[in-house]
Design a protein around this ligand. Structure first.
Ligand SMILES: NC(=O)C1=CN([C@@H]2O[C@H](COP(=O)(O)OP(=O)(O)OC[C@H]3O[C@@H](n4cnc5c(N)ncnc54)[C@H](OP(=O)(O)O)[C@@H]3O)[C@@H](O)[C@H]2O)C=CC1
Ligand SMILES: O=C(O)C1=N[C@H](C(=O)O)C[C@H](O)C1
Length: 239
């Protein structure tokens, strides 16, 4: 496949290396400083799919530019979901293909699945409070992480005692505390903790490198072309 990389930072470079190993060609790079190209320089005649990992402020513009060019787009940037429904509407209007995941790691998507199951079971048995922590590198811009938001939504859907989340210690029992820590070059750890008077139960995922994210993004990029609509990892992995 011919891939357009949008964003050539930590993720863009990890994806480029893995794409070559999987026999793909990086047909173009669009980046703030590492390249002079624009998305409008590319068309479906020159690239099969775009993979976008940039910045919360630029993701929506990049995704919609790809849709307007008719290029299927796999987006991994987090922190732009307030614009997500606009992007979805444009994809529908144009008959385009768009894929989004707050986390492309297969392991994290299993974590999301188990997180919902555990939340429902813990609510059924009662006696537990729940809180979440996420730990990332100090360069991370958005807080809480996109992954933590997806996991928090999974808890709110399944654990009725929690009706909202707060990116700080809970002020009332109905709030789910989502605590963000930034330290060194931590790749990404998410921990959901249930505590009762007598015990603690934890579900956690720790990424050892960015390769798991890159592999998931490439699996999505290999799957997306020819599929009009808006998709995520549940569709790709059948979860
Ligand atoms: N969904 C997932 O699985 C994952 C998501 N992410 C998310 O992906 C995003 C990128 O992460 P990461 O690669 O670590 O970040 P980096 O900062 O390492 O890389 C981002 C790159 O995008 C460039 N960039 C910024 N704005 C634009 C723009 N408007 N157009 C083109 N390029 C631009 C930056 O250029 P410059 O440095 O010159 O500013 C930089 O090269 C973040 O939102 C992060 O949260 C990260 C890992 C996994
Ligand atoms: O910025 C990162 O690095 C990561 N961002 C994603 C997020 O916000 O959840 C995914 C992963 O945790 C790494």
């Amino acid at each position: 496949m011919n891939i357009l990389l949008i964003g050539y930072g930590k993720m863009g470079q990890t994806i480029a290396a893995l794409a070559a190993q999987r026999g793909h060609t990086i047909a173009g790079i669009v980046d703030l400083h590492a390249s002079q190209s624009n998305i409008t320089d590319f068309t479906p005649a020159t690239v099969d799919v775009a993979i976008e990992f940039t910045h919360p402020d630029s993701a929506f513009g990049n995704v919609t530019a790809c849709l307007r060019q008719g290029i299927p787009v796999v987006c991994g940037s987090t922190g732009w979901l307030h614009h997500f429904e606009e992007a979805r509407a444009l994809a529908k209007e144009l008959g385009g293909s768009m894929f989004y995941a707050s986390n492309y790691s297969v392991g994290v998507n299993l974590f999301f699945h188990f997180n919902e199951y555990i939340a429902a079971k813990m609510a059924q048995f009662g006696g537990y409070d729940v809180a979440m922590r996420e730990i990332h590198h100090t360069q991370k811009i958005d807080q809480p992480s996109g992954t933590a938001l997806t996991a928090a939504e999974g808890i709110l859907r399944n654990f009725p005692a929690k009706t909202s989340w707060r990116n700080a210690p809970a002020e009332v029992p109905t709030e789910l505390a989502v605590i963000s820590e930034r330290t060194g070059d931590a790749v990404g750890t998410h921990i959901v903790t249930y505590t009762s008077d007598v015990d603690t139960l934890e579900l956690s995922h720790a990424a050892h490198s960015r390769e798991g994210f890159a592999l998931g993004a490439l699996l999505a990029a290999e799957w997306l072309p020819g599929r009009p609509g808006v998709f995520g990892m549940k569709e790709l992995l059948g979860l």
